[in-house]
Ligand binder design. Structure first.
Ligand code: SF4
Length: 225
C-alpha cells in the first residue's frame, strides 16, 4: 500500500473531534480539488510502500484507540478491506475519510464522507473535466449511507455553497440533516477565523452541524499534525 504518512494526533474534524488517533494517510486520489490540503497525496502523490503486516504492527504499537484511514482517497486502495479488519481485530475504532466516489466492503465505525461540491473544481485543463465527472457518484453515496454510520462533511468556501448543500441533500431524502457537518475551506488560522462566524450562523439556521478544523487551530498548516 502506498502510504504518504502515518502519525498520531487528535482528530480535528466532525463528531469525534478531539479523540486521540493514529492517522494512516494513503497516497493517490481520483479527484484534484484546487484547495486540496494534502497535495502530496493528489496533485503530486508521494509515499512509500507498506505491507499489511507492517501497518498492522504500527497500529498495534500505537496506544491511540482510534485509527483514521484518510488520504488522498483511501477507498482506492485494494488492501483497505483487510486493513480495516486488522484494525478491528486489534480493538481499534475505525474512521474512513472519503470523498464518496468509490465503494469497498470495508469494516468501519464511522464513514466520514466529504462530498465535493462545484466549489472544488480546479482550473487545471487536464483535470477540470475528469474531476467534474467523477466528484458526484450518487449510487456510491446511497450504498455507503445504507451500510455504515455516516457523516457528510462539506467543505464550504463561500456562503452560497450552503445552498448547493441543500440541493445536494434533496437527492438523498432519507439522510437526516443531523449527519451534515459544514466545515470552512481553510488552510490557515486566519482563513478559518474569517469564515467561522458566518458559517456557524448558516449551519445553525439550516439545522446542520458546524465543524472547525482543530488541527489548524492548534498547529497551523503543518504536515503530520
Ligand atoms: S478529494 Fe481530498 S485528497 Fe482528493 S484532491 Fe480533493 S481534497 Fe485532495
Amino acid at each position: 500500500m502506498q502510504i504518504a504518512e502515518i502519525f498520531e494526533s487528535i482528530q480535528g474534524e466532525g463528531p469525534w473531534a478531539g479523540t486521540q488517533s493514529l492517522f494512516i494517510r494513503t497516497s493517490g486520489c481520483n479527484l484534484r480539488c484546487w484547495f486540496c490540503d494534502t497535495p502530496y497525496t493528489s496533485w503530486k502523490p508521494e509515499g512509500t510502500a507498506w505491507s499489511l503486516d507492517q501497518l498492522a504492527r504500527r497500529v498495534a504499537e500505537c496506544s491511540a484507540p482510534d485509527v483514521v484511514l484518510t488520504g488522498g482517497e483511501p477507498m482506492l486502495i485494494p488492501d483497505l478491506v483487510a486493513l480495516t479488519k486488522k484494525c478491528h481485530e486489534l480493538g481499534r475504532r475505525v474512521t474512513i475519510e472519503t470523498a464518496g466516489t468509490v465503494d469497498q466492503p470495508v469494516e468501519c465505525d464511522l464513514m466520514a464522507i466529504s462530498p465535493k461540491l462545484s466549489n472544488s473544481v480546479p482550473d487545471d485543463p487536464l483535470w477540470r473535466d475528469r474531476h467534474e465527472q467523477t466528484r458526484f457518484r450518487p449510487e456510491v453515496i446511497r450504498a455507503l449511507l445504507s451500510r455504515y454510520r455516516c457523516i457528510l462533511k462539506f467543505v464550504i468556501d463561500r456562503p452560497e455553497d450552503v445552498e448547493e448543500v441543500i440541493r445536494w441533500m434533496s437527492e438523498f431524502p432519507s439522510a437526516d440533516p443531523d449527519i451534515v457537518w459544514l466545515m470552512p475551506q481553510a488552510r490557515t488560522r486566519e482563513q478559518l477565523s474569517e469564515k467561522s462566524d458566518w458559517l456557524r450562523s448558516l449551519s445553525r439556521r439550516h439545522g446542520f452541524n458546524y465543524s472547525s478544523r482543530l488541527h489548524i487551530e492548534m498547529f497551523g498548516n503543518v504536515r503530520g499534525t
